[in-house]
Design a protein around this ligand. Structure first.
Ligand SMILES: *Cc1c(COP(=O)(O)O)cnc(C)c1O
Length: 221
């Protein structure tokens, strides 16, 4: 794997303003350093312990994005340093992140995960559940989390039209939520969608952040 060449190929494809989260889960620190030397500064991890070990060993100017499924009891380990949490799919988690962030004197940027795929197994709010949570308004009093946008994963299928519809539904939801709940929140601006096999479609559908692992680092072992 030529990590630096893979990154350069992807950078050349990203429209201005779109950020790359290099998904480095299960890959060794040497691989991350290779990407770091090519200029990559945002890394995505899906297990808190693994992310924390890498955070402790690697340069300070790396921004660590947590993209995995959240467990309440693990939030405290990443609260001191995590740059963004992508997978918030319940109000209870938001409250817990707020509590742990407060203990560290931080405000943690979070994305709301929406369930856009056909597969039942994927996590995330339904659009209705998310609207109910936002309409309830309790989140407005959580001063140590900041809602920066939405995140979603498309179905794992070769049907590109299906994938496109799912990404479009996330973009549409983002616009609706922005107008209804975040008109006075300029920070609510991110649409995190697209992985190695479907990011070109996500870019066409308005992703502001793509999360790419395999295409940079090779298969996970
Ligand atoms: C693993 C993972 C990715 C990256 O997947 P690749 O197919 O390796 O690009 C992106 N997003 C999430 C939520 C993941 O868990």
């Amino acid at each position: 794997m030529d990590i630096q060449a893979n990154l350069k190929t992807i950078y050349a494809e990203l429209p201005a303003g779109v950020r790359l989260v290099a998904v480095s889960k299960f890959h060794p620190k040497e691989a991350l350093m290779e990407a770091y030397r090519a200029g990559q500064r945002i890394f995505g991890e899906s297990r808190v312990q693994e992310m924390t070990e890498k955070h402790d060993a690697l340069p300070d100017d790396i921004q660590w994005h947590f993209i995995g499924h959240l467990q309440t009891n693990k939030i405290k380990y990443m609260a001191p340093y995590v740059a963004m949490i992508h997978g918030v799919d319940s109000y209870k988690l938001l409250v817990e992140i707020d509590k742990q962030a407060a203990r560290c004197g931080r405000v943690i940027p979070c994305l709301l995960q929406l369930h856009i795929a056909r597969e039942e197994t994927k996590f995330g709010f339904s659009f209705d559940e998310c609207n109910d949570m936002l309409a309830d308004g309790g989140w407005r009093s959580l001063t140590h989390v900041s809602l920066h946008g939405v995140m979603g994963m498309a179905s794992n299928t070769d049907d590109t039209e299906q994938v496109q519809r799912e990404f479009r539904s996330l973009h549409d939801y983002f616009l609706e939520a922005k107008e209804r709940f975040f008109a006075d929140y300029p920070a609510f601006s991110e649409i995190s969608m697209g992985m190695s096999h479907d990011y070109p479609i996500a870019l066409r559908e308005g992703a502001t952040m793509v999360r790419i692992g395999t295409k940079i680092f090779g298969e996970r072992v």
